[in-house]
Design a protein around this ligand. Sequence first.
Ligand code: FO1
Length: 446
Amino acid sequence: AAGAARGAALQESLLIAGSSFNMKRCRLITKPTAGKSSIVKGPVLYWMSRDQRVQDNWGLVYSQELANKHGVPLLVAFTLVPKFLDATWRQYSFMMSGLQEVEKELLKLKIPFHLLLGKAQSCLPPFIAKESVSVVVCDFSPLRVSLGWVKETGAELDKIKVPLVQVDAHNIVPVWLASDKQEYAARTLRNKIHKFLPEFLTEFPLVTLHTHNSKLTMKSTNWIKAKESLEVDMTVSEVSWATPGTNAGLKVLDDFCTKRLKFFAAQRNDPNKDSLSNLSPWFHFGQVGVQRAILKVKSYSSKHSESVSAYIEEAVVRRELADNFCYYNPHYDSISGAAQWAQDTLKAHKKDKREYIYTQEQFESSSTHDPLWNAAQLQMVQEGKMHGFLRMYWAKKILEWTSSPEEGLRIAIYLNDKYEIDGRDPNGYVGKEIIIIIIMCIFEQL
Ligand code: FO1
């Protein structure tokens, strides 16, 4: 259905021609017959969710080109939910500071930003009616909750015949185009992604002053009221090492390219070395586009070719594999989502004797017998991050020290989602999938 909706089904009025925007990044979510008429008369609305930035955002590029084609206003809305998985104030504050920067940047371009409180399916339809919006453009996330928002909002928009177009603004190659099925290994996806890179790894056109917005009034958001609407754990504090927002994220990217990239190939698995990009918080909230990072890192190819290839492998192939896994596997966050052979082995070793068994509270308060594990957990609680290589050790041990793999996975996801600034991301769920497999190998050797 995804493929069928793409391209051919997009109405003439939604097509952008003669531009560097590739229509293959889009697909129509509502029924192809939707649309009051083929002529777009009211504003185009970009419903921002995963990709929380102004520039380097294919969702906003498309929205503006569409608005310009029809000579209509352009609006941006973000729907703020009171809670999201196990996120706390740590992640919400990072996200909301970034959104405040988005609002200011949009203001300079005369594009109004609206923060709506509640789920998209409840707060977008009345907003769309009030503003006489003609077309809604949304971004893409493969997580169950995000897919649910899009599906339910699409159903509401179908009723009022307003088309909803989705743009994969996060992946370089749109997830539904890279592959139409779950890929089981990086090796199978790698070739497919690389085949598409020349077509999709292109420079972004700028989002510019929106001239058709001259009659709109620009109201600023009440961020205090927004904070009050949250129902999250406020005791998990903000982190000091990562400054939220696109500008700060782009500085980290710059530092990575000039200082750390040269060590990336040789030292990325050494937790004692500072050779990583550290960009995952900004990637997770879409404050920095992965495509921008790749374009910039690639410009260092002649200087550090090995590091550049290693970074592309991790930031493109592994990351897009994670989106593929979550999109095509509805059980991405449970043991039933693991490969059958993995589940069978886990079952066969269910009764294996475990030397240590800890509760969620013991794990959370770093109270295991193992100083390395406790230190990794403490770093995550205090700083909201853990070195990727140490993360493997951390998660493997949780699975080893709990009564069942289901319990281990549940605790690992709970801790990761609560404390990591970049938790609640496809990348994290796939990390655990890999760990399940590693754990199996350990059990096999017992
Ligand atoms: N997306 C939204 O559209 N609205 C929210 O209120 C929201 C809260 C939120 C909190 C923590 C977090 O890690 C992500 C959050 N997201 C929210 C979703 C996010 O932007 C991504 O789409 C997914 O996490 C997938 O990476």
